[in-house]
Write a protein that binds this ligand. Structure first.
Ligand SMILES: Nc1ncnc2c1ncn2[C@@H]1O[C@H](COP(=O)(O)OP(=O)(O)OP(=O)(O)O)[C@@H](O)[C@H]1O
Ligand SMILES: [Mg+2]
Length: 259
């Protein structure tokens, strides 16, 4: 699959005139955004800039107050996060929405468990062995080795939990993976692990849309940067060559640094 996006290619996801009001609060105003295959798009901006509100619209968690969404060229609506997932858009939130007491495999297959026929009757039971094996294979694709995927998620590190959540996105073959502050609560080693997971998704040709306050992460990973300010998109540019300081400056001033 393609390595980089560009205006010469068809966007995977297109937003036009997207707005979101919460009562009198305008959280997102008139955002146009095109996302191309193979991109790691970082959405940056100060607290309250509208980043989470924007991705909630892309992930089906919130309906926009205005505007349209196109996916692979066709206008669409996401009625819920599950509906978005069925259309190939997976979202991984900071709290991850994993069930900690359930096994790793059960979390990967949640909502679409694998079953097998039971004897000669028209009965099907959960195919735990296959789910355990396939969950391990998804994790391995992300370079995370967990021998026993029947273990509960509760015993995993933050980075391993992110890998389980990403495995769920892989299980649905999501072409677009959205992450809101994926490393905010993680230590140094776990952060490095999550950055590596994001690189793997990119190398598989998937799009990653990432909200981050960590400018070092953004500078290291992003192919494109969007800066939001008071609900509006004020900067949209390639990330190449940007330092963490440049990014901080762009967020504070809302202006692009000289190229
Ligand atoms: N459910 C809600 N009800 C009312 N106002 C909301 C709601 N969610 C967000 N807002 C408001 O919308 C604006 C944008 O919020 P949003 O959470 O999108 O910002 P953000 O860029 O993600 O900020 P942060 O970096 O702090 O996560 C803020 O003024 C916020 O108070
Ligand atoms: Mg937010």
């Amino acid at each position: 699959m393609a390595e980089t996006g560009g205006p010469d290619r068809a966007p995977l996801l297109s937003l036009r005139g997207i707005g979101k009001n919460y009562g009198a609060v305008v959280a997102v105003r008139d955002v146009d955004l095109d996302v191309y295959p193979g991109e790691v798009l970082a959405i940056c901006g100060d607290n309250g800039a509208g980043k989470s509100s924007l991705i909630k619209i892309m992930s089906g968690a919130q309906a926009p107050s205005a505007g349209t969404i196109r996916l692979r060229g066709a206008e669409t609506r996401f009625r819920s996060p599950h509906d978005a997932l069925l259309q190939g858009v997976a979202t991984i939130y900071q709290d991850l929405a994993l069930a900690p007491r359930l096994s790793i495999a059960a979390n990967v297959f949640m909502g679409a468990e694998l079953t097998r026929p039971l004897g000669l009757k028209f009965l099907r039971v959960l195919d735990r062995a296959r789910m355990a094996d396939e969950a391990r294979a998804y994790l391995r694709r992300l370079s995370v080795e967990i021998a026993d995927t029947r273990r509960p998620v509760a015993g995993l590190s933050g980075g391993q939990r992110q890998a389980v959540a990403i495995s769920r996105a892989l299980r649905w073959d999501a072409g677009i993976v959205i992450m809101d502050e994926p490393t905010a609560a993680l230590g140094v080693k776990e952060t490095a692990q999550v950055l590596d997971l994001i690189r793997r998704l990119k190398s598989e040709g998937r799009v990653v849309i990432l909200i981050s306050h960590n400018m070092a992460d953004v500078a290291a990973l992003a192919t494109r940067v969007v800066v939001m300010r008071a609900g509006a998109k004020v900067i949209d540019r390639p990330a190449e060559g940007l330092t963490p300081d440049d990014l901080g400056h762009m967020i504070i001033t809302g202006r692009d640094v000289a190229q």
